[in-house]
Design a protein. Structure first.
Length: 250
């Protein structure tokens, strides 16, 4: 498992190497990411400004509690709400960025596969409109899964100690897995493979997927880092998907 995890980390590193050796790919990937970053930072600032009111609205049952207990409960609620927003926001970030920059990221994926991985003879040459429609459909499904996962994690966030230690680790793993599914989408779509197949293939090598997706997820938490991380993750995700589809990971 640890070897597979380190293999996944190495694939992300390979993605960084690919885009840094080709600044054009880095620039292409950064443009749509910049637009999406502006949108989501605005949402995060608005959430932070009103988090106290939102936490109070989410915990009306605590209105009559002791002041210290009420404050602790609402702190935990605010912590969980911000965590859920970040988790869903990262998935939305990737989804929106891929939709806005569909041709850009398809160019990155195609360049990586065709130049460095031997190409895809059976590639499905879909139009941008079709690719965007598939991307929106998959994004809705993945965000829906993220919301379903966020609900029990939100509730578990109220558990003392565990809610602030174990639960965030589980949340990172869950949301990183969903992010990995999103970042490997283009190679599967080029082959006409649906989201269900993508999930099955990645699930078979879960440790490799987590090794790739967890550091990607954590790096994307750094403000503005996604401008560099996302193009590299797209290149690395393309390598990951290509190798899994061709059973080239040992």
């Amino acid at each position: 498992m640890m070897r597979d995890f380190s293999t996944g980390v190495g694939l992300l590193g390979q993605g960084f190497g690919l885009v840094f050796r080709s600044p054009k790919l880095l620039l292409i990937g950064a443009i749509p990411a910049l637009l999406t970053t502006v949108l989501l930072i605005g949402g995060a600032v608005a959430l932070a400004a009103y988090i106290d009111d939102i936490a109070a609205w989410a915990t009306p049952f605590a209105d009559d509690w002791n002041e210290a207990v009420r404050a602790a409960t609402r702190f935990a609620a605010g912590f969980s709400i911000i965590g859920a927003f970040i988790a869903i926001g990262l998935l939305l970030f990737t989804a929106i960025t891929l939709i806005i920059g569909g041709p850009f990221y398809e160019h990155i994926a195609e360049t990586v596969e065709d130049t460095h991985l031997g190409g895809v003879p059976e590639a499905d040459q879909a139009s941008w409109a079709k690719s965007a429609a598939v991307g929106i459909r998959d994004a809705v499904m993945l965000v829906g899964l993220a919301i379903l996962c966020a609900i029990p994690l939100f509730a578990a966030g109220f558990i003392p100690v565990i809610g602030q230690t174990v639960v965030p680790v589980i949340a990172v793993c869950v949301n990183a897995t969903l992010l990995g599914i999103e970042l490997t989408g283009i190679p599967f779509t080029r082959r006409g493979l649906k989201l269900r197949v993508r999930r099955q293939v990645l699930r078979k090598r879960r440790a490799v997927t987590l090794g790739f997706a967890v550091p990607t997820y954590l790096l994307c938490l750094i403000p503005l880092a996604a401008l560099v991380v996302l193009p590299a993750a797209m290149a690395g995700g393309t390598v990951l998907a290509h190798r899994l589809l061709h059973d080239q990971i040992r």
